[in-house]
Design a protein around this ligand. Structure first.
Ligand SMILES: [Zn+2]
Length: 432
């Protein structure tokens, strides 16, 4: 039945069009990123920039501890990444993906829809299981260094929850893609690209409402001078908030964090309970000032639109790649409308995600620096800003001096030493 009504493979003309659209959207993406990224935030002070020096922010013992932690964790993270890609490659570039999709769909009649849904779930669950020992090792290291406070039961629940959410959403996404390819064999990638872009936008709005509560409880911060001051800070920043919430993060971690989520009338400040226990009010105001900086410059919205453009470009590229006979032959699929294509699809998505990571982080580091600048301008309290960076660095065991390549690929924020040096430049500019 699954082979009885295979869609006509797209012709060369539509493949070339898909590639052309991917190139145009990719160029548009590059232009948007070049224009909206705050490349240069603070002019170099007259006396020269403040040197980036980890030993200015941390004691030798703190540096040694953070470096030991990174040395224990980094090889496992890298191994997990490589192993995950290897699993994707096996399912995407051999007949294993097609065979898996057929096998799991057979008890339900073997239709293309079941092949996509159950095949995706099966492949993603296998990938998760293969990397599970490395994830458990990572959790063990975080336990040993006191960063994780999760029980193994809660860890298992978290892994199961995130895998289920991830695999479920991916399966539905791929189902829509393959369904479109069957209905519109020539133009499916254009429809799917538009749908993917729309999904990025909708997902960004729904994430705080649907996903966050799956992991944490949020309670309004009890009335206190701090709560009052945080509302005032948001007003001064020009972005009033509806509420200040406390997340029960200490169930899982000793890490410190705060963020602002929601839009307009649903905007709220969320502070980890760990932050309330460990930081002074002035330091918490500095963290929240940073988060309000993201709100002031609409960083979530900009990031979402860049993500939507990237998703559109990525799907157009899929439209080109999934018309390539050698790739399809290797994967044992006849085209993007064949349910047995899921292994190849998942591999291409994994590679696309990996390739876009350094670019996302390059933009992110500059956007984070701009939020730091907002915190400094808003609170006019560089001492608390530096104290927070140091407290965050120590509590979160951030590597004070990561290898440059690692920071370039995986660093979503400037390093603590860079952020402290940035505050030094700000002080030179504003006379402390
Ligand atoms: Zn930030």
């Amino acid at each position: 039945m699954s082979t009885a009504q295979l869609p006509v493979p797209a012709g060369h003309g539509t493949r070339r069009l898909a590639l052309a659209v991917a190139v145009v959207l990719g160029l548009a993406l590059a232009v948007v990123i070049a224009v909206v990224t705050p490349w240069d935030l603070l002019p170099a002070p007259a006396g020269g920039r403040t040197p980036v020096d980890p030993s200015a922010a941390f004691t030798p013992a703190q540096i040694a501890r953070a470096e030991d932690f990174a040395a224990a964790l980094r090889p496992a993270s890298l191994a997990s990444l490589v192993l995950g890609l290897a699993v994707s490659a096996v399912f995407g570039l051999t007949r294993a993906g097609a065979a898996t999709a057929r096998a799991v769909a057979r008890p339900l009649g073997g239709g293309w829809g079941w092949q996509v849904l159950l095949g995706t779930l099966a492949i993603l669950v296998v990938g998760r299981l293969v990397t599970l020992p490395l994830a458990a090792y990572g959790e063990m290291v975080r336990h040993r260094y006191g960063l994780s406070t999760r029980s193994w039961g809660l860890w298992a629940r978290d892994v199961a929850t995130s895998t289920a959410i991830d695999a479920g959403l991916t399966a539905v996404g791929l189902l829509v893609l393959v369904a479109l390819a069957r209905r519109a064999p020539r133009s499916w990638w254009a429809w799917a690209g538009g749908a993917a872009a729309a999904l990025v936008v909708v997902g960004s709005f729904l994430y705080p409402l649907l996903i966050e509560p799956a992991f944490n409880r949020f309670d309004p911060m009890p009335a206190s001078p701090l709560r009052t001051e945080l509302f005032a800070l948001a007003d001064r920043s020009g972005t009033p908030v509806q509420d200040v919430l406390v997340a029960d993060a200490s169930r899982r971690t000793t890490a410190l964090n705060a963020y602002v989520s929601g839009f307009g009338s649903t905007r709220r400040i969320v502070v980890y309970d760990t932050v309330l226990d460990q930081l002074s009010d002035a330091e918490i105001e500095s963290i929240v000032g940073h988060e309000l900086g993201h709100v002031a410059t609409d960083d979530v919205l900009t990031g979402t639109l860049i993500g939507a453009l990237g998703a559109g470009a990525g799907v157009a590229l899929l439209g080109w790649l999934l018309g390539a006979p050698p790739l399809l032959r290797r994967a044992g699929a006849t085209g993007p409308g064949d349910g047995q294509v899921v292994g190849l699809l998942l591999l291409l998505v994994a590679v696309g995600t990996l390739v876009s990571t350094p670019l996302q982080n390059l933009v992110s580091r500059h956007v984070e620096a701009r939020a730091d600048l907002h915190a400094l301008d808003l609170t006019d309290d560089p001492a608390s800003f530096v104290a927070v960076q140091e407290a965050l660095g120590v509590a979160n065991l951030n590597d004070p001096d990561p290898p440059a390549v690692w920071q370039w690929v995986f660093g979503s924020h400037p390093t603590v030493a860079q952020r402290v040096a940035f505050a030094g430049d700000w002080v030179k500019e504003h006379g402390g």
